[in-house]
Design a protein around this ligand. Structure first.
Ligand code: ADP
Ligand code: MG
Length: 314
């Protein structure tokens, strides 16, 4: 079931279409990875989905209802971790949680209980009475996340929550995201880090210059672009005959010699891995053979002709 849907969304800033005919579906229980380089329109998409900005045209549905005139109880099913950390530096961690819990309608012992549980969940229980002014970036972000999940949202939207954060907090955050999903939260996770998407997301939407250029599971995306595969072969004895036999296989495009190692570029799903293996065995034995699978990076490169890592900021 779709928890949220965006259909044909257009959002302009002056003449620039920041979102250009965007379609997107968030399915119940999934971690949907929204991947795109800086300036792709990720934050704008999230703001549109959460109702923080108006769109120029298109249709948004939340929990099966049109977003316009969203009722308070719908808003309370959503948690938003904004790109910039939103916490009060002169309130203690506990007071921050009490404030945000109050906004979401929690009070009394329920609020107290949730504050304690949530502080423990993000690993800040021992910091409850400290003001976050002197927290590290990672601790501030964890408090920020705590404030966004204090009301146990069904849909959690996270906008690049690990940018500029130390590796330890980063791992803690990624593990928390997985745990929230295990507990039944649906998550829209935005990032420009491929590795995070690869390790977290069940499905991916790739956004580039306001366009959704691909949407699907990692396997689907990789399969779609996979026209070629690279097979790496190491043999006991490298002979001209073996190289010639491999070169003669249908679908083999290139054979590159690297010392005792052969790199073979072959049409994908041609069955050549098995054929090469038996040729090599006949020729005197195989030390190792492996086919390299394309990565999300290759998908992005194929679709856009550019590398996502160009402007890596950390
Ligand atoms: N309030 C705004 N006014 C004008 N342009 C904006 C505004 N917000 C975003 N943009 C522009 O929209 C594009 C997408 O921005 P953004 O959604 O922040 O991308 P991302 O989050 O993927 O980095 C950028 O070119 C940005 O400069
Ligand atoms: Mg952004």
């Amino acid at each position: 079931m779709a928890i949220a849907r965006m259909n044909n969304i257009i959002k302009r800033y002056e003449k620039q279409r920041v979102l250009d005919h965007v379609d997107l579906e968030i399915r119940e229980g999934e971690i949907l990875g929204l991947l795109g380089p800086n300036g792709a329109g990720k934050t704008t998409l999230i703001h549109a989905l959460s109702g923080l900005i108006n769109i120029d045209s298109g249709h948004i549905e939340l929990f099966g209802k049109p977003q316009e005139g969203t009722m308070l109880d719908t808003k309370r099913k959503i948690g938003l971790v904004t790109q910039d950390i939103t916490i009060f530096e002169d309130l203690t961690a506990r007071e921050n949680l009490a404030f945000f819990g109050g906004i979401y309608g929690l009070k009394g012992t329920d609020l107290k209980l949730k504050i304690q549980e949530t502080l423990e969940f993000v690993g800040l229980a021992d910091q409850a009475h400290r003001r976050p002014g002197k927290f590290s970036g990672g601790m501030k972000r964890r408090l920020n996340i705590a404030c966004s999940i204090i009301h146990r949202p069904k849909l959690l939207i996270m906008d690049e929550p690990t940018v500029g954060i130390d590796p330890q907090s980063r791992n803690h955050i990624l593990e928390s995201v997985r745990e929230l999903q295990r507990q039944g939260t649906t998550i829209l996770y935005t990032t420009h880090y491929m590795e995070e998407i690869q390790s977290l997301a069940s499905r991916v939407v790739i956004l580039d210059q306001g366009h959704v250029i691909a949407q699907g599971t990692l396997d689907e995306l990789v399969t779609n672009i996979q026209h070629e595969e690279k097979i790496k072969l190491e043999v006991v004895e490298l002979t001209d005959v073996l190289v010639a036999n491999i070169q003669a296989l249908p679908g083999v495009k290139q054979v590159i010699l690297k010392g005792s190692l052969l790199e073979i570029i072959s049409q994908a799903r041609s069955g050549n891995l098995d054929r090469i293996l038996s040729l090599a065995k006949q020729a005197g034995g195989v030390i190792s053979i492996q086919a390299e699978k394309p990565t999300l990076e290759d998908v992005f490169l194929t679709l856009t002709g550019k590398q996502l890592r160009d402007k890596e900021d950390s």
